[in-house]
Design a protein around this ligand. Structure first.
Ligand code: NAI
Ligand code: MG
Length: 357
């Protein structure tokens, strides 16, 4: 399997090596061949040298890979955030039609939830966000600007193809998971055209998956239930906007930003999918070697799963859980996990655990 590696900026360049070490250890353990090719584009340094975030042939360059393993992009002192983000990550998502954004929300051992009284195992769900259409469309405009009649319009776009393909992915995921439960985020009481359509497509898709238990919540109530009853959820599927909000709220309920992974997936495999931690380049701690590499390493597990190696993926995730469970006294956990370990030390500890467990 050929993997394009893009460390990007700031702590991206620190956590990616830890991620690669864990991937190498897992590949060796399971007899897999992972070939990494590293690229320096999609970074502030590249922008300073070339005046663009990406080379003109980036699409041909990346298209040949099986997956993209991404760190973080952004260095606001050098390049404005909207330039770095639109000039790189959002290009990848659109061009490669990565229509599923997947974020696991799992309370890991040794990690304190901001929700009182929650133990590891209590919270374990996945948010699936539609990643290409919905509320984030460029259809609309302004007229009568600067006058009393100033009018602004921005349309939500829901296509049958776009809605059905993300629902199908979410249902298939729910069907594979033990709980077999899918929750749909809606707001059909208030958004009276597009959201009833979303509900209709959920109801139609449900017929193909008789083994999956399905429910739906209005987004406002769902946000409250994420906090009050996170144990209710298994797979949560949502439109682009609702999914954006839930996919931050979910991981927030499970502790530090440093451990949260995400995947931008094109399930057709017609183009590569991209795996990146939820966090950014963290300029405030960059260069100190203390960034938590767990989000990046967990991304490796998601990537192995996507590439068709669920056992290797589960093994790597298990190694992460083991090391977190050792706690700050017995493992070199990073400062955000109340330890005194470094990025590299925690990375080594997880790779070592991959070899010995
Ligand atoms: P951030 O996620 O980089 O940092 C937020 C806070 O969390 C900081 O205090 C940081 O030290 C801490 N943090 C983040 N990751 C951590 C880790 N692995 N271990 C320990 N602590 C960690 O978000 P911020 O500061 O809003 O953005 C910084 C830059 O990153 C900006 O240029 C932004 O555009 C970019 N960014 C890029 C993303 C991406 O590449 N997908 C996502 C979010 C932000
Ligand atoms: Mg967001």
């Amino acid at each position: 399997m050929r993997i394009a590696v893009i460390p990007g900026d700031g702590i991206g360049t620190e956590v990616v090596p830890a991620g690669l070490e864990a991937l190498d250890a897992t590949a060796a353990r399971f007899g897999l061949t992972l070939e990494f090719a590293e690229f320096s584009f999609a970074s502030a340094g590249y922008w300073q040298r070339h005046g663009t975030m990406l080379p003109p042939d980036w699409e041909e360059t990346l298209r040949g890979f099986d997956a993209i393993y991404f760190g973080a992009v952004g260095w606001p002192d050098v390049v404005p955030d909207h330039v770095s983000l639109w000039g790189s990550l959002l290009q990848f998502r659109r061009t490669f039609d990565q229509y599923v954004n997947l974020r696991p929300c799992r309370l890991m051992p040794g990690v304190r939830s901001p929700l009182a009284g929650r133990e590891p195992g209590d919270i374990d769900f996945v948010v699936i966000r539609e990643n290409t259409e919905g509320e984030y469309s460029s259809v609309g405009g302004r007229i009568f600007e600067g006058t009393d009649r100033e009018t602004v319009l921005q349309e939500t776009i829901m296509t049958r193809v776009g809605v059905d393909r993300v629902l199908r992915y979410a249902f298939e995921l729910a069907a594979r998971r033990e709980a077999g439960h899918l929750t749909s985020a809606t707001k059909s009481n208030g958004i009276s055209i597009s959201m009833p359509y979303w509900d209709e497509r959920v109801a139609a898709m449900k017929d193909n998956f008789p083994g999956v238990r399905v429910d739906k919540f209005h987004i406002d109530a769902l946000a409250a239930q994420f906090v009050l009853h996170p144990e209710w959820f298994d797979v949560v599927v949502a439109s682009n906007l609702f999914g954006d909000i839930l996919s931050d709220l979910g991981p927030a309920c499970t502790g530090t930003l440093g451990i949260a992974p995400s995947a931008n997936i094109n399930p057709t495999r017609a183009s590569p999918s991209l795996f990146e931690p939820v966090h950014g380049s963290a300029p405030d701690i960059a260069g100190q070697g203390i960034a938590n590499p767990v989000g990046q390493i967990w991304c490796g597990s998601l990537m192995l799963d996507h590439l068709g190696h669920p056992e290797a993926a589960a093994h790597l995730l298990g190694a992460i859980e083991d090391v977190l469970a050792f706690g700050p006294r017995d493992a070199p956990l990073t400062p955000d996990l109340h330890g005194t370990g470094t990025t590299a030390e925690l990375g080594h500890a997880i790779a070592e655990r991959v070899r010995e467990r």
